[in-house]
Design a protein around this ligand. Sequence first.
Ligand code: IDP
Ligand code: MG
Length: 137
Amino acid sequence: MEQTLSIIKPDAVAKGVIGKIIDRFESEQLRIVATKKIQLSKQDAQSFYAVHAERPFFKDLVDFMISGPVVVSVLEGENAVLVHRDLMGATDPKEAEIGTIRADFAENIDANAVHGSDSVENAKNEIRFFFADRELT
Ligand code: IDP
Ligand code: MG
């Protein structure tokens, strides 16, 4: 069993597709361990995406991530990290395979609907960033 962190980004929350996206997780046997809708502060977004701090798109990414509420969830299942990344599709929705979340719900690479951890190690850190032990049931 593996855990991963999902963020439904402000564009997808504003579109009203939280339920549709979570349904895809459960349809692929990813169990919802924890979930909550929150408003990130600028500092939250900067530290969550610190690995991208030197990239040219960093400021736009932070501004976008704080432009409205997000839904953060912990998903659990066999190969959860990879299963979730496959469901999400490529970072650029134009390159995402048909039937993936980003192909179906994202507009462009800046507003691309979802985040997913890219490794088991990063998943652990990202889960700890958002959730206290008592929230992980
Ligand atoms: P990922 O979300 O598919 O893991 P990362 O490379 O980790 O992609 O990038 C994090 C986020 O930064 C992306 O989801 C996207 O919102 C944004 N991003 C990545 N590359 C670009 C870019 O070239 N232009 C604008 N935004 C980008
Ligand atoms: Mg990433």
